[in-house]
Every structure is written in C-alpha cells, then in structure tokens.
Design a protein around this ligand. Sequence first.
Ligand SMILES: [Zn+2]
Length: 348
Amino acid sequence: MMNWFERKILGFFVKTKGVFSKPFFAGKGLIFMLHRVLPENERNQYILNRELAITPEKLEAYILLFKKKGYQFISLDDLYDWFQNKKRLKQKFICLTFDDGYRDNLIHGLPILKKHNVPATIYITNCLPNHSGILWWYLFEDHVKTAKKLEINTSKGSKTFHWNTTEDAFNQFGEIGNLIKTIHPDELENVLQNSFGKAKADFEELCRSVAMSWDEIKMISNEPLITIGAHTMSHLSVKQHGSDLVEYEMLTSKLELEKQIGKEVHHFAYPFGGTFDVDIKDIKIAEHVGFKTSTLNQPGNIFKLNRKNLQVLPRMPLGDTTSDERLNFYLNGIYHFSDNGFKRGKYY
Ligand SMILES: [Zn+2]
C-alpha cells in the first residue's frame, strides 16, 4: 500500500501526464506478458478467459504503435547481454513474451511477428505437449455453464463453492484458483477429475486441442525470431510447494525442453507469477538451476538496476482491453510507481 507521500506524488505524476515520472520510473524498457493470439470470433467463445487472448489485429497494432513511439523489439538474450554490458541499446526496448505454449501462437502470432521482424519468447509448460496438463482455468469456465457448485476434496480437506449466477461464480475464481494451486501435482489430476466430473481423456483432449505438440514446438523453435523458455513441468505455483518439488519442476522442464528442441534453454517464467506464487526460496532455486533470466507476473519497468535481480524481472500484461491511458501509464513509469513506489530494479 502506498503511504500519504507516495499517493501525493502519484497524483502529481498523473496530473502532469508522466512528464515528471518518465525520467525516473520509465526505465529503459518493458517486458510484456501475453498468452494466446485468437481471432475475435474464437476469443469471444470465452468470458472468464477472454483476456487470455489478444486478437492478431491488436497485436499488430501494438507492434506498429511501439515502433512509432521509438521502441525497438529485442529478445531476452539481447536483454541479458545488455544487462551484462555486452550489448548497447540505442533505443528504448520492448520484449514480448507468450506463456504456456498455445498453438495459436504458431498459427496467428508467428505470421505477425515475422511480418514485422519482432522477436519473442514462448515459455512452454511441458505438461501441455505431454498432454498431462490440467487447464483448470478453462475447465472452470466450462463447468460454470452447467453447474452451480464446485467441490474440491483433497487429502488435506474439502471445500465447496456455490453460486447462483455466472458472475458470482467468476468472482470466486481467484479464491478457487488459489486453493487449486496448493494441491500437490501428484494428487491434482484425481482431485480435479472428481471436482469437474471429467476423465483423464478429457484433460488430454483439452491439451491436444489448444496447445502446441512437441513437433510444433520444435518447428517454432527453429524460427530465428523465437526463443523457447521454460515454465515448469506442471504449471506449478512454486511458492505453494516445497523446495525439492520446485527444483525438480524447474530443472526437469529445462532439460526436457533442451532435449526436445536441441537447443539450450536460458529463460524461465514463474507460472501465475504473482506475489501468491513466487517466494525468495524459488528465486534462489531458479538461479541455482541456471536460468539467465526469470520473469514475474508483477508490474514494473526495466532498469539497468535489474541486472542484480535477473530472477525477478517484472512484466506488464498486454491485451485488447489495455486502454490507451493505461498503456501510457506503463510507458511513462506511472504504473511502475503506483505498484512499486520508489523501488526500482529490486522487488524481493
Ligand atoms: Zn502460465
């Protein structure tokens, strides 16, 4: 929470349209977090998960806008080299990152990236191409269409959520998600099969229908503009689990990806990536496993000061409903200040 003084400063920054925040809080650039790229009609099939996808048109519009504003698009390897003083950046930069490994990245995203020569990182959750992933954010949206409750029975206890309206159900999604995140991966499949009334084959089918296969991942990894990053085996909220499991998830996902694509994997994103999901122990493990960079889902601009904390790089969400005002707040550092106050480059 901001104190009185910080709130006063924030008000001043907003009033002066970022002119005074920019020199101190805009930093050198930003890393954006995206997930899916879907045409409007496919995107509109979803309500809860609608914002998980950006339309190809909007993605292209953002690329053109950032270029017009004088930003250059760089890869995470370039960013790392800049931190290490091995590369100079004349312009402000933007890094695009896409989480999880959805197939639409290949179908709808890649053509636009290639058209405008924009590099991007795709963080793969290995359980998706292994078809053992449980995409409970989609399962829940589907469940709400016909059910009025969700029962979650784990070895630690059980909890039932009730709702009358779809809106009421979606309002509880945060709480439900946080409970699911605490379930051990060994138990998760069974628990959620019971909760959602689904079979193992249904979970597999969902992975097959939305995620890239290993062949597709190999194919996209051979694109010079694309960097493949790791995102754990089972999309684990690492803070909610013990060190041994977290190390296993990070290391095994890195090694399996490297074996599959025949290239080293240097970059990592914490699944979910919020304050509920990432702790100091996890940051140390990411460092120990040997990632060059690890990204969060917590807002902030990137400064040279971040070079000492490469396992906690902040990211900004980018989507169709990111308003022009919010985008300006991102670019001129106002959003950074509203979330981090005077802190720059260090968040843990
Ligand atoms: Zn993810």
